[in-house]
Design a protein around this ligand. Structure first.
Ligand code: GAF
Length: 380
């Protein structure tokens, strides 16, 4: 049954349209976004769709194809406060709440959400929901907001309604992505430049290895890492770690405790790797960034300490089977790794990783190739 038909079954009338927004993979630049730094994600060819229609009141009725037995969450935008909505519905409702908080004339909506972006896989299924709802509301209420403005709205929903202190990367990738390109985003100036990422043209594929270890940025390690970065910046007397370069690391090692120093070193070196990757992509092509992917993973494993045994195994086994470069992607503590692989090696790498997971008694990973796709928009 089509999403339109399901919408009609659930709400008793047809939707005004269907909008879609993709998940993302980050090529490189992890935990740099909230440090005013650089990131290089792309929108993937797996998206979340939302069928929507405007209501005459300020009530939001939101349902999904993945939350089971036709559950409909109802919220009144007039009465809503930050943190009021829990679970997956906090993402769509949070976007409408954030738009109103920013002064935009948003009324109630009926929403039905369907997602091809695996949840908890570190591919930003949450940002995909936010961005699909954001582009739908932007059009239905003729708000005239740009992609970068909508990204900020999505981030606010996530920070304040969901309670996850995340940066701007995921929403930017989902909204600004272009087929065949990565998005090079300067998170301080919010300047976004498209960088060609011709994978297939160079005989390459980017494999996602979903470890099936699920993670949440609203709890635990993510917020702790963000706090450590703020402490590091504070002690170093800069407004954000973006302001430090590798030349400052020696001084930092004398001023910071050992753990905070390693957190800072990850962010500083990762920012440099993103900029190097952009130069290499523009001058030599995708194969040239492979060593940077490996270095990024080691930095996250040893300095930032956001990897886990499953991610490390995904990286090690894929490299041993012939992947050119490999790293965990996203916030960490679970989710997915990416492996830059020659197309003819895809089967060998996939089988080797699956076998290594079986040997280690880990849950079987899901392994699939992704390619850079267009960002959010209306689909019908
Ligand atoms: C998550 C967050 F949502 C992003 O903002 C970013 O910090 C990422 O983790 C780590 O690079 O996806």
């Amino acid at each position: 049954m089509t999403l339109s038909q399901q919408f009609k079954d659930r709400f008793g009338h047809a939707p005004a349209g269907i909008w879609a927004a993709p998940g993302r993979v980050n090529v490189i630049g992890e935990h740099t976004d909230y440090n005013d730094g650089f990131v290089l994600p792309f929108a993937i060819d797996r998206a979340t769709s939302v069928a929507a229609s405007v209501r005459k009141d300020a009530v939001v009725r939101v349902s999904s194809t993945f939350s089971g037995s036709g559950e409909v969450v109802i919220s009144d935008l007039e009465e809503l406060a930050a943190g009021d909505v829990e679970g997956w519905a906090a993402y769509p409702v949070g976007v409408l709440w954030a738009l109103r908080q920013a002064g935009h004339p948003v009324q109630g909506l009926d929403l039905l959400i369907d997602s091809q972006v695996p949840v908890g896989a570190g591919l930003s299924s949450s940002a995909a929901i936010e961005c699909a709802v954001a582009v739908a509301a932007n059009e239905l209420f003729t708000l005239g907001l740009t992609g970068p403005e909508l990204a900020l709205i999505g981030q606010r929903a996530e920070n304040e309604m969901v309670g996850a202190p995340t940066g701007l990367m995921d929403q930017s990738a989902s909204l600004l992505g272009r087929r065949g390109h990565a998005v090079f985003l300067d998170c301080r100036t919010r300047q976004a430049d498209l960088v060609p990422l011709p994978l297939a043209e160079n005989g390459l594929a980017l494999l996602v290895i979903d470890t099936r270890v699920s993670h949440s940025h609203a709890t635990g390690g993510y917020a702790a890492r963000r706090r450590a970065c703020e402490v590091g910046a504070d002690v170093m007397g800069v407004s954000a770690l973006r302001d430090l370069s590798e030349d400052d690391l020696e001084e930092a090692s004398g001023l910071l405790d050992e753990e905070t120093f390693r957190r800072v070193r990850h962010v500083v070196t990762e920012n440099a790797r993103v900029q190097d990757a952009v130069v290499l992509l523009r001058t030599e092509g995708p194969h040239a960034i492979a060593p940077l992917l490996d270095a990024s993973h080691l930095s996250m494993r040893d300095d930032f300490e956001i990897s886990c045994p499953e991610l490390d195994l995904a990286v090690e086994a894929s490299r041993a089977a012939g992947a050119l470069g490999s790293r965990m992607t996203g916030g960490g503590f679970g989710g997915s790794a990416i492996a830059l692989t020659r197309i003819e090696d895809i089967d060998r790498v996939s089988s080797a990783v699956t076998a290594a997971f079986a040997d280690a008694d880990f849950t079987e990973p899901a392994i699939f190739a992704v390619s850079p796709a267009d960002g959010a928009g209306r689909v019908s």
